[in-house]
Design a binder for this molecule. Structure first.
Ligand code: MG
Length: 310
């Protein structure tokens, strides 16, 4: 058997036994001695034995030296590789900033780094799109569309966001059909509508139902609850990016969960949707969050977002 082969056996043995198969002393002592290291082994008086799976077999004298040398060389190389790995790991660890600590909240409430747009009380964070205060009706923990008063939007503008918004279509719309039942919408940057509709047993065109990116992407599934029940959208929005010439470099993207169910995944926005706010600049990097007055009394509550840099 070649020395290389013996070394392979020794290494294999290490893997299986979890201890270095350097046996010390006479052959008869090996199994016992290999369990522990007696004092005289620390003085360097050791011999190498091959482990064949059951027994330790003494190597001839000429092999001892060569095996030791090759083993020591391998150990040196391994130590070098380990050192390089540790250095690389340390450098990488230093370059990666620690993620910011954010305190999550109970249930659907806003986490510590959120911008709260409405959590009961007044509509101070919103205004009428045509100017002046929002004329929708606040009622305790929620507010409701005041039909005919027009769309409202946030005073602040946002780009990439994670948005949480709860909404409810009115029971008075049960029996109304198609786009006439529980219609509203959330316009990201005032331009891109995530449709709100009563889509509970109310059929309409697929890319116009609740959760659709209006006339662009139908939702993957219909996760709608009945009128009168609160529903939730959790939206991740990446704003489109334009170059200096105003050409779109990267399209906007949207992911939507409806009542906790994924209905849109990273879909591409193909430009503003119908009834968007045309007063906004064409290539803005940020825009207001707009809510649609479509003559139905949709209610909203617990609206918060996290500004992101996606
Ligand atoms: Mg709509």
């Amino acid at each position: 058997m070649s020395i290389q082969k013996k070394i392979i056996n020794i290494y294999t043995c290490t893997q299986y036994t979890g201890r270095i198969p350097i046996a010390i002393g006479t052959k008869s002592e090996v199994p016992r001695m290999s369990q522990s290291r007696p004092a005289w082994s620390r003085a360097g008086m050791y011999r190498i034995f091959q482990f064949d799976g059951e027994n330790y077999i003494d190597l001839p004298f000429y092999a001892q030296k060569e095996v030791k040398q090759i083993m020591e060389k391998k150990i040196k190389v391994n130590l070098l590789i380990l050192s390089l790995f540790l250095v690389a790991f340390a450098v990488q660890s230093q370059e990666l900033p620690q993620p910011k600590v954010v305190d999550p909240a109970e249930k659907w409430n806003a986490p510590s780094d959120a911008v709260v747009l409405f959590n009961g009380g007044n509509l101070d964070k919103f205004e009428s799109v045509t100017g002046g205060p929002a004329k929708w009706i606040g009622e305790g923990d929620h507010f409701t569309v005041n039909p005919g008063t027009g769309n409202i939007h946030t005073k602040d503008h946002f780009g990439d966001i994670q948005l949480h918004i709860e909404w409810r279509t009115p029971t008075e719309d049960i029996g109304k059909k198609n786009q006439e039942s529980g219609n509203s919408g959330i316009y990201l940057m005032g331009k891109y509508e995530v449709q709100i509709l009563n889509s509970f047993r109310n059929e309409t065109y697929p890319d116009g139902q609740a959760g659709a990116i209006y006339l662009q992407h139908p939702p993957m599934v219909n996760a709608s609850r009945a009128p009168g029940e609160w529903q939730v959208y959790d939206i991740v929005f990446k704003a489109p990016v334009y170059n200096n010439e105003g050409m779109e470099k990267e399209p906007g993207r949207v992911t939507v969960f409806h009542n906790g169910i994924l209905i849109q995944y990273h879909v591409e926005i193909k430009g503003p949707t119908i009834a968007f706010n045309k007063a906004l600049p064409e290539h803005a990097t940020k825009g207001p969050l707009m809510l649609q007055d479509h003559d139905n009394k949709i209610s909203f509550r617990n609206i918060w977002l996290r500004e992101l840099n996606l």
